[in-house]
Design a protein around this ligand. Sequence first.
Ligand code: URA
Length: 280
Amino acid sequence: MPEITCASNRAIAPTASNQGVYHLQLKQGDVPGYVLLPGAPERTRVIAENWTDVREIASYREFKTVTGVYEGLKLAATSTGIGGASSEICIHELRTLGVHTCIRVGTTGCIVPEFDLNDLIIPVACVRKDGTSIAYIEPEFPAFADTRVVMALMQACEKLGFRYGLGLSYTVGSFYIGQGRPLDENGYWPSFAEKIIPDLQQARVTNIEMETAAQYVVGYLHGMRMGAVLSVIANRVLDRWGDDGGEEKACLAACEAMKILEKQDRERPCNPAICAKVKV
Ligand code: URA
């Protein structure tokens, strides 16, 4: 048998035709260090409604990037697409460009009575059923938000008068069966699917969505500060679905939180003894 050799165990990342990072098609200097992460490309426009000097600078597949200025602060929003796999690509490539702080702006289904449609949930940690972060590190490793980002989001929600709460999110790589949504009465419906929601409720998980755990783990391992603010679009306790301004509120809260963080970074640079791992 001839021995198979590999040119390298560490492949170099491909580049885009404009010499930018492969999927986001962005180059060094295109985006600031503070980036919002909506899932949907269209939500970059909702975010930018609060900005001036808005420019769409790249759009390829699910990844659209818009830059602009929010109350004097330069921000960018890059859409991640749905799920952990495309989130990983997005975060990895943003880190290549020097991005250090990201806030996911998304939607979620709540499974506890404390939250209703259009409320905001700030996940402090997630159950890692995303299917992507397992490719980075063992399942016992936690998916958790950066405390400073959580506090900035709380402060932003208080200032803006938005109803919000802290959450423990179940991030799962499935929207239908994996979130307890059958195809139809006779379709595939394994016995475990019946128990997904009640078991999560027993464990006092607050909400279900598809991206946050992967983003928290990948971002943390790349030395970034990560957080998320999710508007409740599904109420699984009452089996209701709908958005009546929740997404806009999440977008505004994230912009405001970035402003708070940037001010803190300027005025009180992080004590290296406390946060040696984060490279802001
Ligand atoms: N996103 C999800 O993944 N699930 C929901 O129920 C709502 C938003």
